[in-house]
Design a protein around this ligand. Sequence first.
Ligand SMILES: [Fe+2]
Ligand SMILES: [Fe+2]
Length: 186
Amino acid sequence: MLKQDHRAVEALFAEFEDADESEQSELATRICQMLTVHTQIEEELLYPRAKEAFDEEDDEMVYEAEIEHGSAKELIAKIEAGTPEDPEFKPLVTVLMEYVKHHVKEEEKELFPALKETELDLKELGSQLAQRKMQLMEQMGIEAEEAPEPRRKRSTGSRTSAAKRRQARAGSRSKSARSSASRARH
Ligand SMILES: [Fe+2]
Ligand SMILES: [Fe+2]
């Protein structure tokens, strides 16, 4: 689930990069909300459990992650207080994206694999994370469809199939146009 969140926020960042100013505000809000929920459930549930399960050396990874969350939250606060008209707005989102990219890589390549090596019941932890995520989303008034899901892929998919349908229709039209043209010649 945490990895799904990572993919979903990456998709939103990509959408933000291509978006014009009128869409940037809504996208930035969604990015900030998603990251707020995600960082909070990790801080409340994942990181404390990880510290318990890890030895001192591996604990350092968790402290690093917490410090990175702190920096991300400062950026999130600035973005939430700003508007796309501010010259700093887009650069703030870009820096947040770079931070998150780095942080996600460390979690997925180091922290999560190290957790798998411990005695920690990851299934149980996973369901606790999912439960807390739903609770926080409800508190923050985030709708289910605004929930961390790869929306971009879905909409691209429907665009593609709509385009295919249009193409197919155009194809059959031109075929019948061709056949009536050839009938007319005969
Ligand atoms: Fe994290
Ligand atoms: Fe994460």
